[in-house]
Design a protein around this ligand. Structure first.
Ligand code: HEM
Length: 520
């Protein structure tokens, strides 16, 4: 052996531990890489979005539509409208073929929702305290059927047009107080929809339009800000340490409990007053004017089902979660689309004036009037096509192997619908990036589609229970605003060539300002 070989051997001996460590680390990293980036064997027959590309897109805050066009569309055709994506951390089969979306939404094989978001948080978390794991959105099987049976009539009966119309004069005041009558469409919509959900769901006044810093508005904001805290999301069990050291975290956590207490108190008081009214038969309000809580408790009293105290609280909280921001984003996007499409705005105004009169005074639409706004309805629907607040539904999990469009979906696979891909597919919609309410006219493009192509509210038995509520709220707001103002984007708006979102989601950014001009 030469002296050089001997030296190498000696060096290898000295560094043997490091070498072993490096080999183990390489092996472990390889495993991690395979675990994270490699498509599991059972899914290799489904075209997949590379995990690295997805995270690069998310990290770069690529707009949702751009990501869909760049990463999803090219592989959609390969998989018959089905593709695989690891989003955020688990492999999920996404469906964006209209016929197959219909199967997912309507067939019993796909009826079971995964124990997703709500089951993730521990018992002591603010999320569990507020929403539980058994609310209407999260539950399955008999529990879901029982709850939906009591809630369906409440949502059917309640159409609180009066609540919505009563809030519009305050919207006008806020708008006119703003500098140059220019105001964030998104903030304005949030204030309106918070007061609307408070009044219409629980007969409670958040007073957000009167004062955007009112006590309960702040508690509400703190609560939802707290749900976005990263540490409790990633390590829920460490939240108690975070709370011990951070005053801000404590405030956000406690706000959720205070808000929950408010909901409990509202329910207790309502139950008590209903019992009293029942004995004196003194509640003469029309069904459509009653708040959802009253109607749900009345349904219980009429023997249509029962609510435990917790179930009632979890569902009342759910109405906030599901009904406030969604409608607010939807309305803000309508305001935007009308601002950048003045012809469509004018046509909608004509419809509002035809129904409510041309006299230059505020007129509140009635429930009957609201049935006569077909064009405004088309605008809302087209806006929801282009800016659906949710890009997906809750994950569904088939319990057996199923075939979907000739593709085998192994049992227990997470299955979802890609709403953005469905709503922007140029093979389904003509010029999908163009705002064109006529698609939803009677006999229009939408109605010639096969399968299901418009699902901002999902579909099938788990369709959004608040669909009519939200549509009515937007209808009333738009009709009254259209009569009172014209509006456009301010000259300096950065959104002139399309909305620049803060997140890669269809959420209206606070910077989305609109300039109103009074008509009378
Ligand atoms: C533009 C406004 C809205 C949009 C886009 C929207 C969208 C949706 C979607 C996509 C789902 C299905 C989610 C899933 O599959 O898990 C859903 C369910 C639900 N939504 Fe909405 N929603 C809106 C407004 C509302 C309002 C105003 C309320 C209540 C006042 C509400 C209450 C609910 C509830 C309780 C569910 C669960 C239904 C069930 O699973 O039986 N939503 N919504």
């Amino acid at each position: 052996m030469s002296s050089r070989q001997g030296l190498i051997r000696e060096q290898l001996y000295i560094y043997r531990y490091y070498i072993a460590l490096a080999a183990a680390a390489t092996f472990y990293c390889g495993r991690l890489y395979r675990q994270f980036f490699t498509v599991p064997k059972k899914f290799r027959h489904i075209p997949a979005i590379p995990y690295y590309d997805l995270w690069k897109s998310l990290a770069g805050n690529e707009p949702l539509l751009k990501r869909t066009q760049r990463l999803v569309f090219p592989i959609l055709s390969k998989g018959n409208g089905i593709y695989l994506n690891k989003f955020p951390f688990d492999w999920t089969v996404y469906v964006a073929n209209p016929i197959l979306v219909k199967t997912v939404l309507y067939k019993p094989e796909f009826a079971t929702k995964a124990d997703a978001v709500f089951a993730y948080f521990p018992e002591e978390s603010a999320q569990t305290h507020m929403f539980g794991q058994d609310n209407l959105l999260a539950s399955n099987g008999d529990s879901w059927k029982r709850q939906r049976k009591i809630m369906n009539p409440a949502f059917h009966r309640s159409m609180p047009v009066g609540v919505f119309t009563n809030l519009l004069p305050q919207v006008f005041q806020v708008t006119e107080k703003a500098d140059n009558n220019t105001i964030s469409a998104s903030k304005l919509s949030k204030r309106l929809t918070l007061d609307a959900i408070g009044k219409a769901a629980f007969d409670f006044n958040f007073g957000s339009l009167e004062d955007e810093n009112s006590v309960w508005v702040k508690k509400y904001e703190l609560t939802f800000k707290g749900f976005m805290d990263v540490i409790p999301i990633i390590y829920p069990k460490l939240d108690y340490i975070y709370r011990a050291i951070s005053k801000g975290r404590r405030e956000r956590y406690n706000a959720a409990f205070e808000l929950t207490k408010l909901l409990d108190n509202l329910a207790d008081e309502k139950r008590k007053s209903l019992m009293e009214k029942r004995s004196t038969a003194s509640d003469n309000r029309r069904q459509s004017d009653k708040d959802l809580l009253t109607l749900m408790l009345e349904a219980e009293m009429a023997g249509e089902g029962t609510w435990s105290k917790k179930e009632l609280r979890h569902n009342m909280a759910l109405f906030f979660l599901a009904g406030h921001d969604t409608t607010s984003h939807a309305l803000a996007h309508c305001l935007y689309e009308l601002a950048v499409n003045p012809d469509i705005q004018e046509k909608a105004r004509k419809e509002a004036m035809n129904v409510l009169g041309t006299e230059l005074i505020d007129v509140s639409p009635t429930l009957e009037d609201c049935k006569n706004f077909p064009y405004i309805d088309m605008i809302i629907k087209e806006s929801l096509r282009m800016h659906a607040p949710f890009n997906e539904i809750s994950v569904r999990v088939p319990h057996n192997d199923v075939e979907l469009g000739g593709v085998l979906i192994p049992k227990d696979t997470m299955v979802n619908v890609d709403i953005e891909a469905l709503h922007y597919n140029p093979d389904i919609w003509k010029n999908p990036e163009q705002f064109d309410p006529e698609r939803f006219a009677e006999g229009g493009e939408h109605y010639s589609h096969e399968g299901v192509t418009w699902v901002p509210f999902s579909g099938g038995s788990r369709i959004c229970i608040g669909i009519n509520f939200s549509m009515m709220e937007q209808r009333v707001a738009l009709a009254m605003l259209l009569r009172k103002y014209t509006w456009k984007l301010p000259e300096s708006s950065k959104h002139k060539n399309g909305i620049i979102t803060d997140l890669p989601l269809n959420f209206a950014p606070d910077s989305l300002e609109v300039q109103f001009t009074k008509r009378y």
